[in-house]
Design a binder for this molecule. Structure first.
Ligand code: FEO
Length: 403
């Protein structure tokens, strides 16, 4: 945003759009940029600023606040300590030195560590605590592990408006203040969930439950557009955090001399013939956000790797490490690949995925370029995957394709 926008009477969005950012945490691709949303809530007695912006956009926040000219900011609500939301707090405190930073106890410690904010500036709030700003009331609900341990959300009772910071957010730079294209936003929100929230699927369940008693008619996250229909994103989250998996096989792979690639190609065809959706990802040029998104729902992962210096290819190691860190709700896993003279690819890869509570299906590791008996082994693996998916009840009869 390059100007403030009123979303409710005396509630203004004052944050910044980052159209150009293409990487977050020096890791996560941002194909659609992002935004750092900040909201100014003015009551008859006090004024609260909810979240700030990334330090690279402090000037935009200050300009937007200057145009609104609130006179004073009494509270800076820090729903989350990460610097893309907290990084401009020190500058706001220079301007409004009496303002109190309102946050959880853990967030206070983190903001002292990360930004050197003096202890006297803080007002720590307990779970469910209420703060009156005159004719309006803010309530703070602790929602730990979305996606750091200190996170909370803020509920503006009179407006039924929930400020959720990262929770329900999307990395999406758009001039639309509100969600207008549901499919586009759900895609961006799923990518965001996959990259950032998926490892915390179980804590998110508890936090979703805590939100159930609230009457919410608008969700204002601190990344991406605002939801005027909260059901859209809340239903999507319920689906993503459920134990339900899809009839899909994700195959992150790398191949040096096309042997492993040929195996991936053959297995892909064999699975498709059995009515299973397959998503192969060549790790030499995969957008890891796309891979993460595919891991949200898939029942099965098969890692494809050649052997390099007695172990798996480093890109396969990267893929396995990432999958393990993201903790997807996988049910089955296997490894396929080719070696020249031996190695420990299987042992190394399987030892790298302790967080994935999946059943290991019989791997297919072969010497050299695949031949008839190897294709037979891949058919056996495809049969096994089909059988497991049938046992899960995720293969529909009409999905079966016959030759
Ligand atoms: Fe958008 Fe966890 O920061």
């Amino acid at each position: 945003m390059t100007a403030y926008n009123e979303i409710k009477s005396n509630v203004n969005a004052v944050g910044a759009i980052d159209w150009d950012r293409r990487l977050f945490d020096e890791l996560i691709p941002l194909p659609d940029g992002t935004s750092y949303n900040s909201y100014l809530v003015q009551g008859t007695e006090k004024t609260a600023l909810i979240d700030t912006v990334d330090p690279s956009k402090t000037d935009v926040l200050l300009r937007n606040l200057g145009q609104l000219n609130p006179g004073h900011i009494d509270y800076i609500i820090a729903n989350h300590a990460e610097q893309d939301h907290s990084g401009s707090i020190p500058v706001i405190l220079q301007k409004f030195s009496d303002a109190q930073v309102v946050c959880t106890a853990k967030c206070k410690d983190m903001l002292i560590d990360l930004l050197g904010i003096p202890e006297k500036q803080f007002k720590v709030v307990s779970d469910g605590e209420i703060l009156s700003i005159g004719n309006r009331t803010l309530q703070f609900i602790h929602t730990p592990w979305v996606h750091w341990p200190e996170t909370m959300v803020s509920y503006l009772r009179e407006e039924k408006l929930l400020f959720t910071c990262d929770f329900f957010g999307s990395h999406l730079a758009t001039s639309d203040l509100y969600v207008t294209d549901n499919a586009q936003v759900l895609q961006a929100a799923k990518r965001y969930y996959a990259e950032i929230m998926m490892p915390f699927r179980i804590p998110i369940r508890s936090n979703m439950k805590k939100l159930e008693p609230l009457d919410i008619n608008m969700i204002a996250p601190s990344h991406g557009p605002i939801y005027r229909e909260p059901k859209l994103i809340m239903d999507a989250y319920r689906d993503w955090i459920s134990d339900t998996v899809k009839n899909e096989v994700v195959i992150p792979y790398v191949s040096m001399h096309h042997s492993t690639a040929r195996m991936v190609e053959y297995l892909t065809d064999a699975l498709v013939k059995r009515g299973i959706t397959v998503k192969p990802f060549n790790l030499t040029h995969t957008d890891i956000g796309e891979l993460a998104m595919a891991l949200v729902d898939t029942a099965t992962i098969v890692i494809g790797t050649p052997t390099v210096l007695t172990g798996p290819h480093p890109l396969a190691v990267y893929g396995a490490y990432l999958a393990n860190a993201l903790r997807p709700k996988l049910k089955y896993a296997s490894v396929i690949g080719s070696y020249g003279w031996g190695g420990k690819s299987l042992d190394i890869l399987t030892s790298m995925i302790p967080n994935i509570k999946a059943e290991l299906l019989k791997p297919v590791l072969i010497k050299g370029y695949p031949r008839e008996e190897h294709f037979k082994a891949l058919d056996d693996l495809a049969d096994q995957i089909e059988q497991k998916h049938r046992e899960e009840g995720i293969i529909e009869v009409d999905e079966l394709v016959t030759e």
